[in-house]
Design a protein around this ligand. Structure first.
Ligand code: PEP
Ligand code: MG
Length: 576
């Protein structure tokens, strides 16, 4: 039994066999072949080598234009491995001798090479192992005729283990046999972690070195509450976690009992509690957990795991469906927020050194109005089917907000001229997730009907902490005094201008922070559906007069840790 500690990214406990992916692990069947098959197997091998060579040269060209000649030279070593006569001849001679499929023989030869190189006490040769491994996996993938592994073929519930997973990888787990995942890298508010919460699967990220210790098939316990991963647990540990899993399910069911009760404080103040979604399919979960609407629909996930962007009609159908399902409750459609840690191959966004500070979100949409207008048209057309609102991500100042609204007006005019119906009074909001926006809420009030605080980004930008990097995760503090002061300023300034404020970052779903946020005057909490029942339960146990004082006390504390301890103690005192 080995225990690892990482970052708890999505709550819950799952127990299941490991399934390694990403840095591809192939299971190559040991398949016998006859004499007559040998020429065909040699041909398959040659074709795989040619295909791999082409892939590497293409990759090298792309890296040369995007990053420079020097970086591209790394692949010269890969091409050399591919031309290694000794390796090729060994595969062919063993193929003839052993009568086993070329994929199996090649995987055996590859293993032997890696073993031999690992034993040599020479730093330069040791470094070549990575090259051999990389090229070897590429050849193997081509020999087996495989694309990068997906989740469709999973026959039983597994725990996915990967060095890293992209948000689109995680989105692809939807409705597949994945009961949890574990990664070497990543942070609590990376989109991969956020997606796990939506899919309601426990996840632990940033567990440095964990993938090297796990083999496919190892029994794993993933505790997404404490961020613990246990490999091959002993019987006693297994029993304890099985009990804990049942207990957690019991607590969740208890909270579910109050899901349809209104989110009203003990002294009669109504608070909106809404849901964040990434996919239209999550609507069922939104309803199941008693949300009063959707406070954030991350539409960029519609664009993922596909070759071409979704057409206007396809988007219209998705937005119409969500609007109709939730009516009369509101649905906030956030316009395309790609870039940062969400990449889409369709738009060929160049690799950037600082993607979170780069060509992202509204910046991309203002530059690619062709893409932006298709989405705006689809949202406007769907706006007659329910209560849709629009929201722009990553607004950094009034000018950007004005530009976005101008484009929206152009699209409205176009629809009007074609007699296509839409709600001309559709409300438009801005996300407050860049410190410059947080400081100019009064100015942004001129062009917005509502605001929603995106704390995931606001925290990373104001504390200068990459939200997806486990190395600096300890500095990512929602309770940092700077964050609390900024939130207070946003809410006070918006209220002074008669505008309501929601919060749709992960901070809104942190139980211990609810009293403070409520005390600061937050009007709406938006979060992954699963967290809604508990949030309602907490709100129904509070009084506004009491939380105002809690917020005041919290604002007087000096460190994130002090605020966190205080918040924890207060919640315990109130709800036990
Ligand atoms: C945020 O930044 O808090 C937010 C809600 O948007 P996203 O997590 O998609 O960047
Ligand atoms: Mg954001």
């Amino acid at each position: 039994m080995i225990k690892f500690k990482g970052i708890a990214a999505a709550s819950g406990i799952s127990i299941g066999p490991a399934y390694k992916m990403g840095k591809e692990e192939f299971t190559v069947p040991k398949q016998e072949i006859g004499d007559a098959d040998i020429p065909l197997q040699i041909q398959i091998f040659e074709e795989a080598l040619i295909k791999t060579r082409r892939e590497i040269i293409d990759l090298q060209k792309r890296i040369a234009t995007e990053m420079g000649q020097e970086e591209a030279q790394i692949f010269d070593a890969h091409l050399l491995v591919l031309e290694d006569r000794m390796l090729i001849e060994e595969v062919i001679s063993r193929l003839k001798k052993e009568h086993l499929s070329v994929a199996f023989i090649f995987s055996e030869v590859l293993k032997k090479y890696i073993e031999v190189f690992s034993k040599i006490e020479d730093e330069y040769l040791k470094e070549r192992i990575a090259d051999i491994n990389d090229v070897g996996k590429r050849i193997l993938r081509n020999l087996l005729g495989k694309e990068r592994k997906g989740f469709e073929d999973l026959k039983e519930k597994v725990v996915v283990v990967a060095h890293d997973l992209s948000p689109s990888d995680t989105a692809a787990m939807h409705k597949q046999n994945v009961c949890a995942f574990v990664t070497d890298i990543g942070g609590k508010t990376s989109h991969t972690a956020i997606m796990a919460k939506s899919l309601e699967i426990p996840a632990v990220v940033g567990v440095e070195g964990v993938t090297a210790r796990i083999k496919t098939g190892d029994l794993l316990i993933v505790d997404g509450v404490t961020g613990t991963v246990i490999i091959e647990p002993d019987e006693e540990t297994l029993r304890i976690y099985q009990e804990e899993e049942t207990k957690l399910k019991g607590i969740a069911e208890k909270f579910l009992e109050s899901k349809d009760l209104p989110a009203v404080t003990l002294d009669g103040h109504s608070i909106e509690v809404s849901a964040n979604i990434e996919l239209p399919e999550e609507v069922a979960s939104v309803k199941l957990h008693g949300a009063q609407g959707i406070g954030l629909y991350r539409t960029e996930f519609l664009y993922m795991n596909r070759k071409d962007p979704p057409t206007e009609e396809e988007q219209y159908q998705a937005y119409k469906y969500v609007a109709e399902e939730l009516a009369p409750h509101p649905v906030v459609i956030r316009t395309l927020d790609l870039g940062g840690d969400k990449f889409l191959s369709q738009f060929e966004i160049p690799t950037e050194i600082e993607p979170f500070l780069g060509w992202r979100a509204i910046r991309f949409c203002l530059a690619r109005q062709d893409v932006f207008k298709v989405q705006l048209r689809a949202v406007l057309r769907a706006s007659v089917h329910g209560k849709l609102k629009l929201m722009y991500p990553m607004i950094s100042g009034l000018e950007e907000l004005k530009q976005a609204n101008l484009i929206l007006n152009e699209v409205k005019e176009e629809l009007r001229s074609k007699n296509i119906p839409f709600n001309s009074d559709i409300e438009v909001g801005a996300m407050i997730e860049v410190p410059s926006a947080a400081m100019t809420v009064d100015l942004l009030s001129r062009e917005a009907h509502f605001f929603s605080i995106g704390t995931n980004d606001l925290i990373q930008y104001s504390l200068a902490v990459d939200r997806a990097n486990e190395k600096v995760a300890y500095l990512y503090e929602p309770t940092h005094p700077a964050v609390l002061r900024m939130i207070k300023n946003i809410i006070d300034s918006a209220h002074a201008n008669g505008i309501k404020v929601a919060m749709c970052g992960e901070m809104a779903g942190e139980p211990i922070l609810i009293p403070i946020l409520l005390g600061l005057g937050l009007d709406e909490f938006s979060m992954p559906p699963l967290l809604i029942p508990e949030t309602k339960y907490i709100i129904r146990s509070l009084k506004v007069s009491q939380v105002k004082d809690i917020a005041l006390q919290a604002l007087g504390l000096a460190t994130g840790k002090e605020v966190e301890d205080y918040a924890q103690a207060k919640l315990k005192e109130i709800i036990g």
